[in-house]
Write a protein that binds this ligand. Structure first.
Ligand code: THU
Length: 152
């Protein structure tokens, strides 16, 4: 069993809604260079949802991934916890967030429960934990206090 085969429970209606929104916003991706659209839908603790698509640039390195588009919308609205995020890349099922996006997601991982990442399997979605995608992460809590840090 690989890490991605772990089963995680998220309310089925919420999971379906997040995935549907991620698929929809992927249609608005700006991807003239890669032709690889991605959409993301992030769920805040109060139930509100923020979406984002990837936005590329002629200076390739300035491309913004879908996940970071969604995260900045959520954080700009004042939220600080992401309960779950769905990611959909219509061209490739089960596309996972890139390394940079995993680190950005980790910034808004709730203290009490690990963030759920819903991957688009072209069916009802595959839910994994951020901790599986980014084990032993460096995050905001590592900057608090001194001495040895606990490894989750
Ligand atoms: N991309 C995302 O938006 N999210 C990911 O997690 C993977 C990569 C985008 C960046 C670029 O616009 C395109 O997909 C191809 O790398």
């Amino acid at each position: 069993m690989t890490a991605l085969q772990t089963t995680i429970k998220l309310d089925a209606t919420i999971q379906r809604d997040l995935l549907s929104r991620a698929r929809q916003v992927a249609q608005r991706a700006y991807v003239p260079y890669s032709n690889f659209p991605v959409g993301a839908a992030a769920l805040a603790a109060d139930g509100s949802v923020f979406t984002g698509a990837n936005v590329e640039n002629a200076s390739y390195g300035l491309t913004i991934c879908a996940e970071r588009s969604a995260v900045t919308a959520l954080a700009s609205a004042g939220h600080r916890d992401i309960v779950a995020i769905a990611v959909s890349a219509p061209r490739v099922p089960l596309t996972t967030p890139c390394g940079a996006c995993r680190q950005v997601l980790n910034e808004f991982r709730p203290v009490s429960e690990d963030m759920i990442v819903i991957l688009d399997d072209r069916e009802t979605g595959r839910a994994v934990r951020l901790g599986e995608l980014l084990p032993m992460a460096f995050g905001p809590r590592n900057l608090e206090g001194e001495g040895e840090q606990s490894i989750e």
